[in-house]
Design a protein around this ligand. Sequence first.
Ligand SMILES: [Zn+2]
Length: 621
Amino acid sequence: MRAPALSSSGIAVHRPLTARLRPHGVLGAWQERNAEATIPHCVARLEDSGVIDNFRRLVGESGAPHRGFVFADSDLYKVIEAVAWEIGRSGTRRWDGWLDEVIGLVARVQDPTGYVMTWIQGVHPEKRFAELEWTHEMYVLGHMVQAAVALDRASGRDDLLAIARRFVDLLHRRFGPGREEGICGHPEIETALVELHRHTGEERHLALARRMIDLRGHGLLKTGHLGARYFQDHLPVREARTAVGHAVRQLYLNAGVTDLYLETGESELLEAQRAQWDNAHLRKMYITGAYGSRHRDEAFGDDYELPSDRAYAETCASIADLQWSWRMLLATGGSRYADVMEREIHNAIAASTDETGTRFFYSNPLQLRPDRYDEENAPRERAPWYACACCPPNIARLVAQLDTYVATADAHDVSVHIYADADIDLPPHLGDGVLEIRTGYPAGGTVDVAVRGRIEPGVRVALRVPEWSRGTVPADEDGYLRIDPGPGFRLDLDVSPRWTRAHPRVDALRGCVALERGPVVYCVEQADLPEDVAVDDLVIDLSVPPKADGATLHLTAHVTEQVTEQAADQATGQEPALYRPAGPAAPAGTSSTLAVPAIPFATWGNRAPGAMRVWMPATTP
Ligand SMILES: [Zn+2]
């Protein structure tokens, strides 16, 4: 029922397949929780937060004032998209009545020109297309288009698509070739227009996407005090080689640019995107697969500027990067892209939601200090919703389509990129059998692969060998092991725990290590420590290997030398010195040793609120 999100341009190296994730696997269980908890939660919060009332008031069915940000309508469209993919996955009819109601409202709010956006229509009609840097009109339309395409693909329901096409027609009349030059302050419309082109076969949508991409970087936006880099308007897209400014904007833009390449094959676009990808992932990515090291402007920092405690690391930025990296994978092949995607899926994105599926982080720092104050988008604990609610509905729509990121096909092979317990129907040109993947990954590294039914002779299955397992499993140059599945094949990935250090230029992480196991990043949480031991005082002893106990790993740690000295200060009644003369290290044997449990970063913050850190100071091995 679900069609892959790619046209037949022939430029892509891979074409997506849809997997059926089995419910007891990690990703399958996540999709079940999304269906049972996260999507219903989001639907309810759209009511509480006023998003639906914003539409009702425009047709005389609510007396409430407009609530939420200028772009609040996009929350509705993201939830519709989540519902759409969930219909495609499970065939649920649970949301039919709700869809009738909300799509009916959108239809009635749409004016005769095709325009529909409640903040403009209901609050500031004079701003229509007048302040494109701020009003998010094309951003909101982009989300409407994505929801509409998803709904039509998943269920054949095309009423929202008809509404979206009328609005896109308005965009063509106003901003199409030969008309007014205008681009949106927040990229999103670019990738949506390419998708609409794929879905409808109409070339003009691709042309409009290309026009929007090529107009960026020519000073069209009134960028004000934030500056052009915030909006990625500082350089033409084909010349920009580094990821800068507002992280979500940059990463959505890149997804759109890579989409354009996938349809046009312009090498200039791919060359620029490769350079950007290297910059973003070799100099600006947190180990958890998060992006944006500055709270100010929700922005990328400089190269190697990756503080753990002040990481902004918005959930939407990891989702946006996953969408971009997926398109880079389809465009060029190569395991590096899927390596990053699984880092994001199992760490930054997984950690953003609590174990009930109904509370969310917006900002995903890698260290929480015990006295951290609550900030609007960076509270100490996950919140059920946010005034700027971009992240929770984004999680819902992403998780509802996790099954489309697992595997792809090309002319000769099937490739498995993201390991999950799943069944995958072979595409007709490769056979009519089912590729069965049985695994407890990422808890274990064993992946059993078999084909039930017919597979064309000579067809191979390409299994991604993650970078951390290259020492034990051979792989071709592109990072994949190609096998003839025959009666069955067992892949054994090396998921033994490993210590990781950062590039020495990451000042914030000098002298520290992180603990990883397979794709899973670990952290130490205060909730696991004795009351008189603070997580920030621990120094990990690298001479003792971590011991596994289920998902938990046990480490050996000392308390810091400074703490020992500070304890002496405290014993004499003095506030410990903030700075002190550099001296020889404390004599061996003076610090106490203790066992410290480490847990997957994705699961932190589900018990008592409290301190946490991923990167830990370590003894010199
Ligand atoms: Zn967000």
